[in-house]
Design a protein around this ligand. Structure first.
Ligand code: ADQ
Length: 456
């Protein structure tokens, strides 16, 4: 394979940002083939952006650009995070449609394409990431680039009925069909996209991932993203993990830990999860005083109103549950609105008896996979997983729940707490095998292999 050219909203230009799974995968790919990583610098300037920042690290070139205030608002805060994010997570009710913001979104895609195009050479492969750059294929083609362009969508692709709610769905779909390889997290997402094409255009599903549409052939497949499985298992036995486990152990005082770890986002189903916890203590009184639920949820996108509202709602729900069920020596539900180092998280996962991963919609959900890899094989915990997380297609040995059915979730938590060691081990071994086999390296090879054998 020739050079790889990656495009994502945020890059891992700062070495400390290379700790996360995706950043590591892209970074390792770029390092092995040589290449360039394009994205936003993280800076916002008043009204005119200067020249891009260009620098190299370990043979990888970074080209980053500032955003103007208007771009940051219209592209990032509004169209990406208040239109595409809610619609793709089936929350059309939360979308703030605006053709003005779409224009800014398109302009930013075009401006970045204009930075990329003159730096492309024959033999390069382009790899575009996520919902910020759905139009990138179109703009790169318009600039004359005919080589391979891969696209990976980290979030769900909604059913055709929901996608059609986007006033710009046709423009977006046509642009997406300019990519040579389209990667989705799950078979469901892939099938939603293909169904949309078949219903709306003269498209043909040719099998083995190939679709004929708009007079060309593209490839659309599911490539479920993985984690650095081995690295995460090691992190869970590191001294830093041990310290975190000891600290929370002092708080637990021998009680069972039920843990949740999520970005504070309305897609993660946190209010429903808190309701389920209330029902656990209500309907299963033997858990009172014996179980501590800890939810870690650092605020995110706090400039967006819906995210601030969610925070207020969670504060209220947690307060009510603790008021109703708490006692002098027991806090039923602890809610920590901050982030932790990944080794500390690994330590917490390891001593948790149950992990709650109950999003209403999620592209994949890496917390589910991290929890699995952090377990002690002699005494593993139980994963309670939403059927609406992409991860549910792979992690079928978790306890799968519908997060809207809060009584059933409560009952499932109770069942998880009561599960025998034998069953916990049997389930966990199957989960571990799949998370290990389909890790982040497997994912990047699977995607890049398809991109390099692209025959369009
Ligand atoms: P996210 O919506 O951010 O990602 P997720 O897959 O769960 O969701 O990844 C979250 C990451 O942040 C995990 O690695 C987790 O450890 C970390 N994290 C969460 N809370 C934390 C805390 N309190 N402190 C420190 N770290 C914390 C999007 C999509 C997902 C998809 C990923 C990758 O929404 O569906 O799985 O991209 O493709």
């Amino acid at each position: 394979m020739g050079r790889l050219i990656a495009i994502s909203n945020r890059t891992a230009a700062d070495a400390s940002a290379r700790a996360g799974g995706l950043a590591v995968a892209v970074w390792e790919s770029l390092r092995s083939t040589g290449g360039i990583w394009f994205g936003w610098s993280g800076n916002i300037v008043e009204d005119e952006v200067g020249e891009p920042q260009v620098f190299s690290d370990e043979g990888v070139e970074f080209v980053t650009t500032d955003f103007t205030e208007a771009e940051h608002d219209g592209f990032y805060l509004q169209y990406a995070n208040r239109v595409i994010w809610p619609v793709f997570h089936y929350r059309v009710d939360l979308a703030h449609f605006s053709s003005k913001d779409f224009d800014v979104y398109a302009d930013v895609n075009e401006r970045i394409a204009e930075l990329v195009a003159p730096r492309l050479k024959e033999g390069d492969s382009v790899w575009v990431h996520d919902y910020h750059f759905l139009l990138m294929g179109d703009f790169l083609r318009r600039s004359g680039w005919t080589g391979p362009i891969g696209f990976f969508l980290h979030i769900p692709f909604p059913s055709p009925e929901v996608f059609r709610a986007l006033p710009e769905h046709e423009r977006i779909a046509r642009a997406m069909c300019e990519f040579s390889v389209l990667g989705f997290q799950s078979k469901t997402d892939r099938s939603n996209f293909v169904r949309y094409l078949l219903e709306n255009y003269d498209a043909v599903d040719e099998g083995e991932g190939w679709i004929g549409v708009f007079g060309r052939r593209i490839r659309a497949n599911a490539y479920p993203i993985g984690i650095d499985a081995k690295g995460f298992a090691e992190a869970a036995t590191s001294p830093r993990a041990g310290t975190a486990a000891t600290r929370i152990g002092r708080f637990l005082g021998g009680r069972n830990l039920v843990l949740g770890v999520d970005r504070m986002d309305y897609s993660k189903g946190l209010p429903q999860r808190f309701e389920a916890v209330g029902k656990l203590f209500d309907h299963f009184p033997s858990t009172r005083g014996r179980v501590s639920v800890t939810q870690i949820a650092p605020p995110s996108r706090s400039k967006v109103e819906e995210y601030r509202d969610l925070r207020t709602q969670l504060d209220g729900l947690a307060g009510r549950i603790n008021g109703d069920y708490g006692d002098l020596d027991w806090i039923p539900l602890r809610y920590l609105a901050r982030s932790y180092d990944r080794r500390e998280l690994a330590g917490l996962y390891r001593i948790a008896r149950v992990c709650l991963v109950t999003p209403l919609r999620d592209g994949m959900n890496l917390v589910a996979k991290e929890f699995v890899m952090a377990q002690d094989p002699d005494d593993p915990g139980v994963l309670v997983l939403s059927e609406f997380a992409g991860a549910a297609e792979q992690l079928t040995d978790a306890l799968i729940v519908n997060p809207h059915d809060t009584y059933k979730v409560a009952e499932t938590i109770y069942h998880a707490l009561e599960m025998t060691l034998e069953e916990r081990q049997a389930r966990w071994e199957k989960l571990r095998d799949i998370v290990m086999a389909q890790d982040i390296e497997w994912w990047r090879h699977k995607f890049l292999d398809d991109l390099s054998t692209d025959l369009t």
